[in-house]
Design a protein around this ligand. Structure first.
Ligand code: ADP
Length: 668
């Protein structure tokens, strides 16, 4: 039996005329029964929602507003227990809590209840009641006033719901979100924030946000906060270490939050994790540096790229393989695990790479054991838990694979950007291998060409010498016997043969300029210029040339070719002089990663339209009669500069003349 229905709650009828101890049924208590006083009737008309119950908890009076509120007619409710109009939950609450207190004190104030109207709608009310008790303390009657707070409760619930939803949204964000006061005392932190700083919410709230950063970051935050103003968020990047010691990058956006009056009430910081993209950027920059490096050979560059991959993926071992049919040959390796050392060969089927080759695209497993690859025989043998790889293609054909692995699962899950990086590294390797192969082919063909040139020059010079010597014999034997014209013809033949011999020699030295060089070493270009000027002393003196020179650097070069280069350019400056007193300037400018040399003259100059042509073999702008030469000098200069990894060009000198510039990268 419920509390409300038990005899403990013996409320007596409220009707004053019924007297104590009467048990009014619905008929007696009905207003229609004519037992009400004027006051009683007046109470019914009150604009408040009122009800009165007797000692049994039965309704003896309800106001008109009560009926309106609950949707009943008076005769439907009088005599029924008031508890019948409560929800089950409210009834339980009344029995367990409110009624015992009410019995005790004889009053209750603003107790929240849920009433059910006739149409089944649940209404929220605040109930205040007073009771009248007899000498033994038994409640005889009570009068309750109900305040309808349904709308208010609904609004509060909706607000609470939207707050919960909002909080859940904030909590679920991958961004670190926090709010704090001017002294950076934290007032809100989301889950991502707690995870990143490795502290629970309870510990973070109330502590200073600034204290989460090292001293530099702390001071920077405090000074930023003092300058923040509403509507002007400040964004900046910050590096930090995660709980497990990994480097992380975040893009923070700080803003001041204004209250309704426009004044700052709080501050907010939101941090977006940009670690993946920054890591990718770093890898790309490193790849660019490796590519641009002048002092590393292909093998060293490949090793560097493997180290780059190891750092980027955070794995243990890196391998570049070549696949020859069903054999996997290790070509390069960093920190190789077990038998996977450079030069080693394995059956392709025994490696994870067989999977990569089959798929023909980059693959990544941060935990092999829990993936399909974990069922392979290679896994049973090698037990590598992390693996990322891509096929290397050369000229559209499979060359091998680039792969990184570790015996432990990877410390992080691999994303699409990791697949992009491995694909890029493999593509880079493919291109380098392709270029290397082309270079080797070129060197082979160059050396064939050189051999041909030397044989040809030797063999061609032989018949030329025969022609010259027989012409000389003709001249001697038939001197005075031939007419002038015949002698002139013989002269032409001798001249032609000599020219041809000169050209063959030029061609040979051109062919040798690109390939037959000494190894590069640090040489003093100042000293080389001295030597060039000494070699050209006669011509310079003859032309009263004034040579001005700036300080010249030490460069990594082939000394004899460097001499040939400067000498060719200076002798051209002399050869193509103008009327004005000859002035030649030799300078060098530091351009960071390279030196830019310039040989400037005040000679006849070169029309810009010929600026490219003059560097081609046997291309001249003047006849041999006008100015002597074969047109090979500049093409040799170009070949020398290119062999040193630089470039050469001509530009008009200020005033009149030409300026030949060449760039030599700072090697070594
Ligand atoms: P060569 O000097 O035997 O003619 P080069 O290859 O050295 O052959 O030069 C090619 C052409 O470039 C020259 O014939 C000349 O027309 C032009 N040239 C080279 N150096 C200069 C210079 N300093 N001033 C003007 N013209 C030049």
């Amino acid at each position: 039996m419920s509390y409300a229905e038990s005899s403990v709650f013996r409320l007596r009828a409220l009707d004053p005329e019924a007297g104590p101890g009467t048990e009014p049924g619905p008929a007696e208590s009905s207003p229609t029964a004519g037992v009400m006083t004027d006051h009683w009737r007046l109470l019914q008309k009150t604009p408040a929602i009122l009800h009165s119950i007797d000692g049994d908890g039965r309704l003896v009076m309800v106001s008109d507003r009560w009926l309106e509120f609950m949707g009943y007619r008076r005769e439907e409710v009088i005599g029924r227990r008031s508890s019948e109009f409560l929800t089950a939950e409210a009834r339980r609450k009344a029995v367990e809590k409110t009624l015992p207190a009410f019995m005790e004190t004889g009053r209750c104030d603003n107790v929240a209840y849920e009433f059910v109207t006739k149409s089944g709608e649940i209404r929220n009310v605040l109930l205040s009641a007073t009771a009248e008790s007899d000498a033994e303390g038994r409640v005889l009657r009570s009068l309750a006033v109900l305040t309808d707070v349904t709308e208010q409760v609904r609004a509060e619930r909706a607000l609470a719901k939207s707050r919960t939803r909002l909080r859940a949204i904030l909590q679920d964000q991958a961004e670190l979100i926090c709010r704090y006061q001017a002294d950076t005392t934290l007032t809100f932190v989301n889950d991502a924030f707690c995870r990143h700083f490795g502290k629970p919410e309870a510990l973070l709230l109330g502590s200073a946000f600034a204290d989460l950063f090292p001293v530099g970051g702390r001071d920077a935050l405090l000074s930023r906060v003092s300058r923040l103003c509403p509507h002007q968020p400040v964004t900046y990047e910050q590096q930090s270490l995660t709980q497990d010691g990994q480097l992380a990058w975040h893009e923070w956006t700080d803003r001041a939050i204004a209250g309704p009056d426009g004044g700052i009430v709080e501050y907010q910081s939101v941090a977006r994790d940009i670690t993946r993209s920054r890591r990718q950027q770093l890898a790309l920059r490193r790849l660019l540096d490796i590519t641009a490096s002048q002092h590393q050979g292909l093998a060293e560059k490949i090793d560097e790229v493997i180290l780059l991959g190891l750092d980027h993926f955070g794995l243990e071992s890196g391998v570049m393989s070549e696949i020859l049919g069903a054999t996997y040959v290790v070509r390069h390796a960093a920190n190789p695990i077990a038998a996977i050392k450079p030069g080693a060969s394995l059956a392709l089927g025994d490696t994870y790479c067989t999977h990569t080759v089959e798929l023909g695209r980059p693959v990544a497993f941060d935990h092999v054991g829990s993936s399909a690859l974990g069922r392979s025989s290679a896994y049973r043998q090698l037990r590598l838990e992390a693996y990322i790889a891509a096929p290397i293609m050369v000229d559209g054909e499979l060359y091998g694979t680039l792969n990184f692995s570790a015996r432990q699962p990877a410390g992080r899950s691999f994303g699409s950007e990791d697949l992009e990086i491995i694909a890029l590294l493999a593509q880079w390797l493919g291109l380098q291998i392709q270029t290397g192969q082309k270079q080797a082919e070129l060197e082979r063909s160059n050396s064939d060409l050189e051999q041909f040139a030397s044989v040809a020059s030797h063999d061609l010079q032989e018949p030329l010498r025969t022609i010259s010597s027989f012409c000389e014999l003709l001249e001697q034997r038939y001197a005075g016997k031939l007419d002038d014209e015949a002698e002139e013809f013989i002269g032409f033949i001798v001249d032609g043969a000599q020219r041809m011999q000169g050209m063959i020699e030029d061609l040979l030295s051109y062919a040798r300029a690109g390939i037959k060089g000494r190894d590069f070493e640090m040489v003093d270009s100042d000293a080389i210029l001295d030597k060039a000027l000494r070699n050209l002393k006669a011509a310079l003196d003859r032309n009263d040339a004034v040579v001005e020179r700036g300080p010249l650097p030490k460069v990594c070069a082939d000394e004899s070719q460097m001499l040939q280069l400067l000498q060719n350019l200076i002798s051209n400056a002399v050869k193509f002089r103008a009327e004005a007193p000859l002035r030649i300037t030799v300078t060098a400018e530091d351009r960071g990663s390279a030196w830019c040399f310039a040989v400037t003259d005040n000679g006849i100059g070169i029309e810009p339209k010929f600026a490219e042509r003059i560097f081609l073999v046997f291309q001249r702008l003047h006849s041999r009669e006008a100015i002597e030469g074969s047109g090979i000098g500049l093409s040799i200069c170009k070949k020398i500069v290119e062999r040193h990894g630089g470039r050469i060009w001509v530009e008009p000198a200020p005033g009149r003349g030409s300026r030949f510039c060449f760039i030599l990268p700072k090697l070594g």
